[in-house]
Design a protein around this ligand. Structure first.
Ligand code: T46
Length: 139
């Protein structure tokens, strides 16, 4: 399996249609812009501002995170380096490949995180311990 790194994380612009009559925006995900078939959709909401979600990596799962409403920070770690990306636009998707540790924090009031996943839920796909993740990455 390819050893992924922070450079493999992509921020994808979701095509947006602004209504010419002032009725707002419509964003559409189609034509394989996420580069995988979506097998599962879930979302995080009503998250206390001091809560952290995530805190794990995936072996086979790829998924894209979208701040449908509000904002939150995504801390990303490839075993060597860390970076933080703030999501706050409903037409931006953060595509996280396999083998990247992620933590979601600093949720604003009313934030909703939509997740479009490449696989159905499988607990066996999770690496939930950071030391196990370092072993997995051999770093
Ligand atoms: C990720 C971040 C952004 C299910 O039964 N089905 C599901 O599809 C999911 C995602 C979770 N669950 C169960 C498993 C746990 O008993 O829901 C409970 C909470 O799951 P977890 O602690 O993994 O939730 P988060 O928000 O920390 O992580 C989730 C995803 O699991 C993860 O892949 O990247 O959202």
């Amino acid at each position: 399996m390819k050893q992924t790194e922070l450079n493999d994380i992509e921020e994808i612009s979701i095509p947006k249609i602004s209504d010419p009559d002032g009725r707002g925006n419509l964003a559409v995900i189609e034509n394989n812009i996420l580069q995988y078939k979506i097998k599962r959709v879930y979302y995080l909401y009503d998250i206390p501002s001091d809560a952290t979600r995530g805190g794990h990596a995936h072996i086979n799962l790829r998924q894209s995170l979208i701040a449908l409403s509000g904002s939150f920070d995504v801390v990303l770690d490839d075993g060597k380096e860390r970076k933080t990306i703030t999501l706050n636009k409903p037409n931006k998707a953060l595509l996280i490949p396999t083998g990247i540790w992620r933590e979601l924090e600093n949720f604003s009031s009313g934030a909703v995180c939509l997740v479009l996943a490449s696989e159905v839920y499988d607990e066996a796909d999770y690496i939930r311990g950071y030391e196990d993740f370092k072993l997995f990455k051999n770093t």
